[in-house]
Design a protein around this ligand. Structure first.
Ligand code: FES
Ligand SMILES: [Fe+2]
Length: 454
């Protein structure tokens, strides 16, 4: 096995390719990242009524997320406590109870073992049903509609885990009354890539837009992104920003307040919605977030495997399936306050661009699979990946949380992602994981929300 400490050298902007293919590294990730971090489970809008459930994953552990009778949300391992069968096979639905397909044990939506067939006759009433309760996920909590679970009882609270990333995330979750909602069905794609590669790509890689997506850029002919259509040669390198140093989370954003809708065949309805509600959002979130961020293309990354893109209108999780495989789950994202016609347009455009057969998504899949393959060889596994761009060209900006590199072509966020990965993988427990919010709101003068980037 490779020594964990030399797999990633955050200060040098390098990581060993073996981290994308080594099964022992993957086993450590299951324990120290997916077994330790807060992981996205569902959006509350997907579970409006008691008994509503979703079947999802935390790492490779399958879980059932269920709305309770008291309207709280609980999550349990989706495995029968009798002989280990998968309990629920449906992806989503409403249930009064879950009966196992193997021998018929039935569990309530609160996880209690409610019924055991022939309990008296074959168990002689000697079974301790309380002991065979479904196994709960240790911690479940929500932040403005996003529901997360965590297996580690010693993890910080969800609020502390998200830290100052919440300040930015509120642009997606709390700009308008009613917040965010997921629409349409779950779009699932199996891909031959290591889970870290798509996360770091979306977290900060503006560099690939004018190459990997040159054809797609040409097809959508966005004026806001015209510089990317020709090998990045026309890009305004000063525009936008990459924000990291937020407990491992990051933000990549244009700062124009409108390019989130640049890839729409006809963005007029979306632009009218922005114009109509801009003043309200400024009042709610302050001038910087209301004018520069709301409506922009923004990629939020919540470590380790959740991404929310308000501009391109999707929310995505990457479910690891071994070192070189993932299931990528995507939903279209809208604001509840949007008119129905705009919500429908968003769903259609998201399918066209980043759906399973989307114009842009297919470009990425091929490159990410290829990078994964090129880490598997005896020799290539020892090689490094160079993530050095803009190293040393970042810092705090007045009024804005995080370590900020200006421009959206940089490897700033990717580097911070690997730094966080490294901090977790080398730590024996949460007590050894550093927590930091660079230029944290707590450290700043009052009134931060209204201050512009310098
Ligand atoms: S394994 Fe579920 S009832 Fe036996
Ligand atoms: Fe891409």
């Amino acid at each position: 096995m490779h020594g964990l400490s030399d797999l990633v050298l955050p200060a040098a902007g390098r990581q060993r390719r073996a981290i994308y293919s080594d099964p022992q590294v993957y086993a450590q990730e299951m324990e120290r990242i997916f077994g330790r971090c807060w992981l996205f489970l569902a959006h509350e809008s997907q579970l409006p009524n008691p008994g509503d459930f979703i079947r999802t994953f935390m790492g490779e552990d399958e879980v059932l997320v269920i709305r309770q009778a008291d309207h709280g949300i609980k999550a349990f391992l989706n495995t029968c406590t009798h002989r280990g069968n998968r309990l629920c096979r449906a992806d989503r639905g409403n249930a009064r109870a879950f009966a196992c397909n193997y021998h018929g044990w039935a569990f309530g939506i609160d996880g209690t073992l409610a019924a055991v067939p022939l309990e008296k006759e074959v168990y002689f009433c000697e079974i301790d049903k309380a002991r065979h309760h479904l196994v709960p996920v240790e911690k479940v909590a929500a932040y403005k509609g996003l529901v997360f679970g965590c297996f580690d009882p010693h993890a910080p609270s969800l609020d502390d885990y998200l830290g100052d990333a919440r300040w930015y995330l509120d642009v997606a979750l709390d700009a308008m009354p009613g917040g965010m909602a997921l629409v349409g069905t779950t779009q699932k794609v199996a891909m031959s890539t290591n889970w870290k590669l798509p996360v770091e790509n979306v977290s900060g890689d503006g560099y690939h837009l004018g190459w990997a997506h040159a054809g797609a850029m040409k097809a959508v002919q966005s004026l806001d992104f015209s510089g990317f259509a020709v090998g990045n040669t026309g890009v305004n390198l000063e525009g936008g920003m990459s924000v990291a140093g937020l407990n491992g989370h990051s933000v990549l954003a244009t700062l124009d307040g409108k390019s989130g809708y640049s890839f729409y065949p006809d963005p007029r309805e979306a632009l009218a919605y922005l114009a109509e509600n801009r003043a309200r959002v400024v009042e709610r979130l302050g001038a910087f977030r209301g004018e520069k961020l709301w409506g922009s293309n923004i990629n939020f990354t919540i470590f380790p495997n959740l991404q929310v893109l308000t501009g391109l209108n999707w929310l995505r999780i990457y479910q690891p399936r071994g070192p070189g495989r993932i299931e990528q789950w995507t939903w279209a994202v809208v604001e509840q306050a949007m008119p129905d016609a705009l919500k429908q347009q968003i769903l259609e455009n998201q399918t066209l661009t980043f759906g399973p057969a989307g114009l842009f998504d297919n470009d990425d899949g091929d490159n990410l699979a290829s990078c994964t393959e090129q880490s598997r060889g005896w020799r290539t596994g020892q090689m490094e990946v160079y993530t050095h761009m803009a190293l040393g060209h970042s810092g705090p900006r007045p009024g804005l949380p995080g370590d900020i590199a200006m421009g959206i072509i940089s490897e700033h966020n990717q580097r911070h992602f690997y730094r966080r990965w490294h901090e977790h993988i080398t730590a024996a427990s949460w007590a050894d994981v550093p927590r930091y919010n660079v230029n944290g709101l707590d450290d700043q003068a009052a009134g931060a929300a209204g201050v512009s980037a310098a």
